[in-house]
Design a protein around this ligand. Sequence first.
Ligand code: ADP
Ligand code: MG
Length: 728
Amino acid sequence: MPTMRFFAIKETFNRVPIKITEPERRSAVFGKNVFNEAAMRQYLTKQSFTSVMDAVESGKKIERSMADHISTGMKEWAIAKGATHYTHWFQPLTGATAEKHDAFFETLENGQSIEKFGGGQLVQQEPDASSFPNGGIRNTFEARGYTAWDPTSPAFIFGTTLCIPTVFVAYTGEALDYKTPLLRALQVMDSAATDVAKYFDKNVTKVTATLGWEQEYFLVDKALAATRPDISLAGRTLLGHSSAKGQQLDDHYFGSIPERVLNYMRDLEGECMLLGIPVKTRHNEVAPNQFELAPIFEETNLAVDHNSLLMDVMDKVALRHNFKVLFHEKPFAGVNGSGKHNNWSLATNTGVNLLGPGSTPMKNLQFLTFFINTLMAVNEYEELLRASIASASNDHRLGANEAPPAIISAFIGSQLTDVLDELEKVTNGKLSPQEKTDLKLNVVGKIPEILLDNTDRNRTSPFAFTGNKFELRAVGSSANCANPMTVLNAIVAKQLIDFKKKVDSLIKDKKMKKDDAIFNVLREYIKESKRIRFEGDGYGEAWEKEAKKRGLSNHKTTPEALKAKISKKSIALFEELGIMSKVELEARHEIEVEDYSLRIQIEGRILGDIARNHVIPTAIRYQNILIKNVQGLKEIYGKDFKKHSQEQMQLIEEISAHISNINKGITDMIEERKKANKIENGEKRAFAYCNEVKPYFEIIRYHCDKLELLVDDEIWPLTKYRELLFTK
Ligand code: ADP
Ligand code: MG
């Protein structure tokens, strides 16, 4: 009887690319389903329009009475676009997005009905959210959670639902989502960076952190994916022998995009245009069937929302094209995994990119100030930054040989290294006029406006300066960017606050000129932050040794890495900046270690099931065929049969050995799971799952993969790597 695998392969071969019709111009439909400025001008009264804009631009509170006007305008706009429902759209700590739809439709007492959406419904909702992770916060305080409108991210329509971006908080005020701390961090960053930017330009009144993510993903045919319980349930393969051909030839990267995939991308981009997600770049990635999509960068809160929304839309559009999207960081062993580079910078309301070198020495001193402070922040809080990208799935990628290592370091390129080396020599105290002129002309003034260190753009660095922005490359493809962005903005903000204090005190107490003070502080920072700078091969073993000498952390697993989130230092940082309280941090840590254990537990169960229900029965079937063959040979050749059946006999034995190893592996793994489950403490349980349960995955997989090579291809039930990776 043919297996599911063959039906699926046949189905895949018969696929035809879905036809896509594109608008004449994408710019004509961009943001069509977003309640953006243009829509607000049309649907809101002048007063309510102004109040929303004030909230967006300067965080001013929107009056409750105004909310009624806004909601009415929003409703009229949404209904005109075919929406029937509305939802508070939020990002709970599950990693996914959440929504509960309510109809605008309401009945009146006289049996008639209307469409209604009041200010109260816009501003606040109380989802029955008892099943979202809360790390004990809501139990402790016996409080419920509510969602509250975030006017800085515009409402949008997806399908027939008006989606209102919201934060999710407990009634006692603790954040229960990713967005709340991010918004707080961005606010702190705004004020800290504005204060420092004012040294250089008094007209700066607002600084926005910008984010441009690059989303990597794999596409697998829906039918093929359905034959694999591991892909269906865990989003990655837990076993499977590597394909004879993988990515060795580099013939996929930037190659021509297969038509079926291209049509998927075009369809997806069409949806993105309507939703105002400014997607721009698409290409094949390194591994077979791996792709990337990147937008034009935006203000960070919006960019984070857009990435979460995008992932959701990608899943939905994929179904129309009979694909399943894999966001997992390492869906296939032996080929590249997926990341989500976070390109990050700071922009002023005067239109200046603070991490972009400028055309004058003064502008470059401003650039260097923000640049060096960023290095300082990363040096000081490298462990926390590492923790912000930790997850069970990213563990497979960090430190694997094609991904950034679990060690955080910064790459800045040779030009800037030279500049910092020069600045390190600046005189202690007041600078002579000659030295200042010299610095301005020959060091600071010489930084070219366009700083593309193309020759040695180091792809192995987890945090690289790429000309006019930093690129945090260690973020996992399935992650919510809010987590690393909260940390990065918080640590740089904290650093800028400290910097300002130091410079001000030199100006006030030491009577230094502003420039002198800045040069003096920067000089010390360059020395202090040296250990975080690394220009070499981040994948090499030599770097691990060197990093250890430098005292940099190298946490290879999530439970290990997450400790930094609740260290005294992190708690002090977040509390000082008013971004998260100790309670919130501890709750998050509890949720994250629990999530880790659950994921490993689920994968362990899936692997056990596949090995026992798919692999072993298939191996036994094949073994029986061999046994029959040997029996037949014996019938024909009598006691001479051994001469003709040596290979078969050996296979029979090998199969038995693998089966017994698999069985033992599973039994032992289940024993360890049982032990782990009895551990009360969440963190200790995560460590047990990491160190005691997970190691069995490799053992079990090894023997399953060996069987895949031995057993007749025709009866093997699980779609093979070559089919998953090379079927277009
Ligand atoms: P790559 O890293 O693949 O070589 P680019 O350097 O061109 O590609 O840019 C990658 C991403 O960086 C894009 O998503 C882009 O929007 C983003 N980006 C560019 N400038 C900034 C900035 N000032 N702030 C944040 N992101 C930016
Ligand atoms: Mg990049």
